[in-house]
Design a protein around this ligand. Structure first.
Ligand SMILES: Nc1nc2c(ncn2[C@@H]2O[C@H](COP(=O)(O)OP(=O)(O)O)[C@@H](O)[C@H]2O)c(=O)[nH]1
Ligand SMILES: [Mg+2]
Length: 377
């Protein structure tokens, strides 16, 4: 890592008057322990509209307070990162649960090599008695760890950890979207998808000191994590199962034709939906895909219409030839369904493509820059 390393501590805060000053004091201690090279570091408190005076307490304790206009843990950190004047950001909660005197571990880990993300692992470190609910520790987090590994081939021991070091430019490139707690999963997954460099350091989790229940709600937030993971993995969550379903249905065709036809139909719908999601992720720059890139270049809409007309034509021909036979009727119906679904998909994808990206978008930015130049001249 470059020396001196410009580091900021970002602390998300929503009504933490009881602990915020102590957390900032501990963060200062941690920064000092990191050595003189860090003298240019700052502490940013990203406040989400606290109504208990946390902001004034944070300023008095020496932090810079950023007022975050969007609700949510992820939004708070996102704003904090955007406003931090630093190359690297370490973040952790405002409730004394994370031990900021361990900051040197993160900096040490990055001594010889710059990492995009260094995660403080509680499950691979120390969890003090009463610091983490039993279900979160033994069910929620391990299951989400496994899901992330299955979907992205990415190994983490603590996907929900709230203490991490991030390279700010890398973070900025990730196009983050989730404002809530699921931001934590999104950050890990996008690091995996972008092949960001990653490592973990053990940390200590303490019981929080705020004397009231956490903002986090186990089932709601767990579900949101799961959703954000699934949405970013269309290949493994949709396309792979669709291929297996289609193969199974074809094998079962002879003995269970009705079931098999339904299976193939459903597999085709899953593929169409998977392609739609892949297109969105491609256009958003999250998961650039060669297949989707080719689809867009190859006049997706026109190709789609030709394919669907071909399917509908084949269906009509089959019906005319073999419609009197049971299998002929089923096969013709199946082809007609596929043709219709393809047409609907084309309409949907074209709408998404046209409204999400347009060459016209840059005009006002360019004009703004140009008028700005004129004013200055
Ligand atoms: N959940 C939540 N936390 C926020 C928000 N804004 C800031 N935070 C801070 O984010 C940190 C994590 O929240 P916490 O309730 O401790 O979640 P937990 O550690 O997962 O139980 C705390 O420091 C909160 O004060 C918000 O809108 N929602
Ligand atoms: Mg907490």
């Amino acid at each position: 890592m470059r020396d001196p390393m410009r580091l900021a501590v970002v602390i998300p805060c929503l009504n933490e008057a009881r602990t915020i000053a102590a957390v900032i004091a501990e963060a200062k201690q941690g920064l000092l322990a990191c050595g003189a090279a860090l003298e240019s570091s700052e502490i940013v408190v990203a406040d989400n509209g606290s109504t208990d005076g946390s902001q004034a307490l944070a300023s008095a304790a020496g932090a810079r307070v950023v007022a975050v206009p969007v609700r949510g843990y992820g939004a708070a950190l996102h704003w904090g990162m955007a406003h931090a004047d630093a190359d690297f950001v370490i973040f952790g909660d405002a409730d004394m649960s994370y031990d900021f005197t361990l900051l040197p571990r993160f900096v040490e880990a990055s001594r010889d090599r710059t990492y995009d993300l260094v995660l403080g692992t509680r499950l691979g470190g120390e969890i003090q008695p009463g610091a983490m609910p039993f279900l979160n520790r033994h069910l929620g987090t391990p299951v989400l760890n496994l899901v992330i590994r299955a979907c992205f081939g990415f190994r983490t021991t603590d996907c929900n950890s709230g203490m991490r070091l991030v390279r700010r430019d890398f973070y900025r490139s990730l196009n983050m979207r989730c404002p809530g707690m699921e931001w934590a999963s999104e950050l890990l997954i996008k690091t995996a998808v972008r092949h960001g460099s990653y490592r973990e350091v053990p940390i200590r989790l303490r019981p929080d000191q705020r004397g009231r229940p956490p903002h986090m709600r186990r089932w709601r937030d767990g579900w949101r994590h799961l959703k954000s993971i699934a949405m970013l993995a269309p290949n493994r969550v949709l396309l792979l199962p669709a291929a297996l379903l289609a193969a199974g249905s074809v094998l079962a065709w002879h003995d269970r034709p009705g079931l098999a036809a339904t299976g193939v139909t459903f597999a085709y719908l899953i593929v169409l939906m998977g392609l739609g999601i892949k297109l969105l992720l491609h256009l958003d720059g999250v998961r650039p895909s060669k297949v989707v890139g080719a689809m867009v270049r190859l006049r997706m809409a026109e190709t789609g219409v030709v394919v669907s007309l071909a399917l509908l034509g084949a269906s009509a021909a089959l019906f005319a030839g073999f419609g009197s036979l049971a299998w002929g009727e089923s096969a013709a119906a199946l082809l007609a369904m596929a043709g219709g679904a393809t047409l609907l998909e084309v309409l949907f994808l074209e709408t998404v493509r046209t409204h999400l990206v347009s060459d016209l978008q840059a005009a006002w930015t360019d004009a703004g820059a140009a008028t700005g130049d004129r004013v200055r001249a």
